[in-house]
Design a protein around this ligand. Structure first.
Ligand SMILES: NC(=O)c1ccc[n+]([C@@H]2O[C@H](COP(=O)([O-])OP(=O)(O)OC[C@H]3O[C@@H](n4cnc5c(N)ncnc54)[C@H](O)[C@@H]3O)[C@@H](O)[C@H]2O)c1
Length: 338
């Protein structure tokens, strides 16, 4: 049964939940996995499978070429169905390759990280990193179906899982305050990977993200709210050389810093601010980073220069009340230093 059917412009994306046995669609014509997710592909489909090296460093044009070569080797036509089985990297690349093959064939995604289930696989952004720029080359190409199997998360490392939780907190804050309460009350069962709790949590995130993307496909307005915590977070990842903090850990730090910014600007409900910070502490995230505030600010400026604009921050005034605004530099420096 379809849990959701989203309309993203001319595209329709169905989202369904599956058990591990049924997670891989038998009608796929080409399967893309990486070293850590290929175990999910049944043996009889291995001839149709390309296994890529895992990790962001392989989110490259060479990987796209390898997928396209496999499609040619399998003599696929425009009616081919590409199936991506993996985290955000595999999902982004499989959908991008599908958008290119014969000017666009169908794509189904089987996200296997929490981040990909809650965020990356839904909404049509696809692509690769290029010349050291993240996601510089890509296309807008939503999957026809997302097949979610929470049991795939059992093999995911704990750090990767908690990294994905960063996007879950963000989603709850911008779009579902009852999910925030759920995250507090069900912390132990979520961390124990209880199936029912995970399905509830992921389902809630998909609903929020799907509705935001439906309302603002090309990020002209509220889709930007999904970047809550990311301006601070990306700068932290950059300054710490992409080693010390994972993407999700950076986002969580960024969420905390955006809350502190709102507190300094005196625009946020103080009880709400405390509730979020306490919750992040309960999940044992690092909310302090030993970094140079000036370096963080210049990383933000550099990032913005690339995108051609001034730095605008996604901030909150209350749960589900999100705004976008510029912030004076002295406030940013002060917040990073605390
Ligand atoms: N398209 C979008 O809207 C969007 C949104 C957010 C992020 N992204 C992209 O997503 C990517 C990050 O995604 P990610 O965090 O999933 O990283 P990832 O795809 O690199 O996966 C992280 C690691 O977990 C491994 N893995 C995946 N599933 C596993 C499983 N079930 N068991 C064991 N190991 C498993 C992978 O092999 C990899 O080593 C970035 O490239 C980012 O740009 C895209």
């Amino acid at each position: 049964m379809s849990r959701y059917e989203f309309k993203f412009g001319q595209y329709t994306t169905n989202v369904n939940f599956y058990s591990l046995e049924d997670i891989i669609p038998g009608n796929g014509s080409l399967f893309v996995a990486d070293e850590n997710t290929s175990y999910l592909i049944p043996k009889e489909l291995m001839d149709k499978t390309i296994i890529l090296k895992s990790g962001e460093e392989n989110k490259t044009w060479e990987s796209i070429e390898a997928i396209l070569n496999k499609a040619i080797e399998l003599e696929l036509g425009r009616d081919g169905l590409f199936v991506g089985v993996g985290g955000g990297v595999i999902c982004d690349m499989t959908a991008f390759a599908a958008s290119l093959f014969m000017r666009g064939c169908s794509v189904t995604l089987v996200p296997t990280t929490l981040l990909a289930m809650c965020d990356a696989a839904l909404g049509g952004k696809t692509g690769i990193d290029f010349k050291n720029y993240k996601n510089l080359v890509g296309a807008f190409y939503p999957a026809t179906e997302l097949r979610i199997g929470v049991d795939t998360l059992k093999t995911l490392g704990k750090r990767e899982f908690l990294s994905g939780m960063g996007e879950v907190f963000k989603t709850a804050m911008i779009g579902d305050k009852s999910l925030l309460t759920y995250l507090k009350n069900k912390k132990d069962s979520i961390l124990a990977l209880d199936k029912e709790s995970l399905e509830y949590m992921i389902n809630s995130c998909i609903k929020v993200k799907g509705e935001i993307v439906e309302a603002d496909l090309y990020e002209r307005g509220i889709r930007a709210h999904l970047n809550l915590g990311h301006t601070f977070g990306h700068a932290l990842e950059t300054v710490t050389g992409f080693k010390d903090f994972s993407h999700g850990e950076g986002v969580v730090w960024g969420i905390a810093k955006s809350i502190e910014t709102s507190l300094l600007l005196n625009i946020i409900d103080e009880d709400y601010a405390k509730k979020v910070i306490d919750l992040l502490k309960e999940y044992k995230y690092r909310l302090k980073a030993d970094v140079d505030a000036v370096e963080i600010l210049s990383a933000m400026k550099h990032d913005k220069k690339k995108k051609g604009g001034v730095i605008r921050f996604i901030l909150q005034t209350a749960p589900q009340e999100t705004i976008i605004r510029e912030v004076p530099e002295d406030i940013i420096l002060k917040v990073v230093r605390t």
